[in-house]
Write a protein of this length. Structure first.
Length: 91
């Protein structure tokens, strides 16, 4: 996907917020640590980076679930396959 810098930054910030929300509310991290985890997982990539934003092919929910519960979360916690209503309202 090709996007402008503004579109990329908006999407990056949105995914960081959502990832931090999951890490705080479901992963038990304090807000500051959840925000740091989001920055670490979603670093800024310049427009020159090949496949910039590839991490966006899955929602922040999925990546956070992998971090919290591991690769088998879809088997061990099928109730977490789909994002919660609260997650979907994160802005």
């Amino acid at each position: 996907m090709t996007w402008s810098e503004t579109e990329y930054l908006d999407y990056l910030q949105s995914e960081r917020r959502r990832y931090a929300w999951v890490m705080q509310h479901l992963g038990g991290l304090p807000p500051e640590e959840a925000a740091e985890a989001a920055l670490t997982f979603y670093p800024y990539q310049s427009a020159e980076v090949p496949l910039r934003g590839l991490v966006f092919h899955d929602e922040a929910w999925h990546w956070a679930m992998l971090m919290i519960h591991g690769d088998r979360y879809v088997v061990d916690h099928p109730e977490l396959i789909h994002p919660s209503h609260d997650y979907q309202t994160v802005e």
